[in-house]
Design a protein around this ligand. Structure first.
Ligand code: C5P
Length: 211
């Protein structure tokens, strides 16, 4: 590896994406939102009229994934959320996406956000953050995002979908959502985006400093 690898894991809507993107821009590193890979696989399965929970169809979709799939504009929203979580629990899907994620960081290092970056994809990452926040805070943020886009999903539904998806991500046998033993926990419940970013940058810079 020729550059640092920064692993940002945590549950849905904890603020990982915003933090990871800002860290990458500040540190001059490429950024990969690994959730998009699972979302794009789920979409491919749905396009083919398949069931995202069917291992054979989901694994074939993962092997057929192309970079252009990540540019699709229909990778967000409740249907894509559920399809992504379903394909993500299938070991053959995770295996098919592993090399892409590792290769992404080979040339210059990278900031990656997801669920298993610090535990499975890059167990030797330079810095590992596990970003979390209370379910109510996370659901409230997602609700505000959806409302800003004109979506009319009730808050109670957003909260329940998020609770169910986190439970599925944490309970699955393949690369479950959990902090790596050497990850630093960052709870953003009471932090605004700037305060969360300042805390994350300080933690990462401490790890990047030569010993
Ligand atoms: O991060 P995001 O919410 O976009 O991820 C969508 C889904 O993809 C998650 O609920 C999870 O099931 C799966 N995922 C995963 N491992 C990752 C990233 C996402 O299992 N590294």
């Amino acid at each position: 590896m020729t550059g640092p690898v920064i692993a940002i894991d945590g549950p849905a809507a904890a603020g990982k994406g915003t933090l990871a993107r800002r860290l990458a821009a500040t540190l001059g590193l490429p950024y990969l939102d690994t959730g998009l890979l699972y979302r794009a696989v789920g979409r491919r399965v749905l396009d083919a009229g398949g069931d995202p929970a069917d291992p054979a169809g989901a694994a074939a979709a993962a092997r057929a994934l192309r970079p252009a799939d990540l540019e699709r504009t229909d990778l967000r929203g409740p249907v894509a959320d559920a399809a992504a979580a379903a394909v993500a629990s299938i070991p053959a899907v995770r295996a098919a996406l592993l090399a892409f994620q590792r290769d992404f960081a080979v040339a210059r290092g990278a900031v990656l956000d997801g669920r298993d970056i610090g535990t499975v994809i890059f167990p030797d990452a330079t810095a590992k953050l596990f970003v979390t926040a209370s379910l109510d805070a996370r659901a409230g943020r997602r609700y505000a995002e959806l409302a800003a886009k004109g979506g009319a999903v009730p808050l109670a539904r957003v909260t329940e979908d998020m609770r169910a998806r986190d439970a599925m991500d944490a309970a699955r046998a393949a690369a479950p959502l959990r902090p790596a033993e050497d990850a630093v926990l960052l709870d953003t419940t009471a932090l605004d985006p700037d305060a969360a970013f300042a805390a994350a940058l300080a933690l990462v810079e401490e790890r990047l400093r030569p010993a």
